[in-house]
Design a protein around this ligand. Structure first.
Ligand SMILES: [Zn+2]
Length: 136
C-alpha cells in the first residue's frame, strides 16, 4: 500500500489522524529530516519514538518504534505525515518567494515567537541568533 502525502487522511483511520495532528500541533514532531530514502523524525511524548517513512511525496513504507499493532498506521506515523507535508508545502512557498513576502509584512511579535520556538528546536537557528546578537 502506498499513501499520497498530499491527501493521506483518506488512507488513515480518522481517530489516528486526529491524534497525529495533536502531536504535530503541539510541536512534538522533532528532528524532521528528508533522507535519501524518505523522512525521519522523532516523536516526543510520554515516551520517545523514532519514525521512518519510505518515499518523499508518495509514501510506500513506514516504521515506528512504538508497540502499536492495531492498524497499519500509528498516531506517531500520522504526526510525521502532517509534518512532512507541511515541510514540502513550506519549501514550495519559500521557493516562490511567498515566505519572504510574508516575513516582510508580519507582525514582529509573531516573528519573535517563531524565532524563540526555533532556537529551542534547531542548532542552526540557535547559532545564527547567537552570532547576530553577539556581533551587534
Ligand atoms: Zn508509533
Amino acid at each position: 500500500m502506498s499513501i499520497k502525502l498530499e491527501n493521506f487522511e483518506e488512507d488513515v483511520h480518522l481517530l489516528i489522524a486526529e491524534r497525529g495532528k495533536e502531536y504535530f500541533d503541539a510541536n512534538q514532531v522533532l528532528m524532521l529530516k528528508q533522507t535519501l530514502d524518505g523522512w525521519s523524525a522523532v516523536i516526543e511524548g510520554s515516551e520517545t519514538y523514532q519514525v521512518l517513512l519510505e518515499g518523499h511525496d508518495i509514501i510506500h513504507g513506514w516504521h515506528c518504534t512504538c508497540p502499536f499493532e492495531h492498524g497499519p498506521v500509528c498516531k506517531h506515523v500520522a504526526a510525521v505525515f502532517y509534518a512532512a507535508r507541511e515541510n514540502l508545502r513550506a519549501n514550495i512557498s519559500s521557493a516562490s518567494g511567498e515566505l519572504d513576502r510574508w516575513i516582510d509584512e508580519a507582525d514582529p511579535d509573531v516573528i519573535r515567537r517563531i524565532l524563540k520556538m526555533e532556537i529551542r528546536k534547531s542548532d542552526d537557528a540557535r547559532t545564527s541568533v547567537y552570532h547576530e546578537m553577539k556581533s551587534s
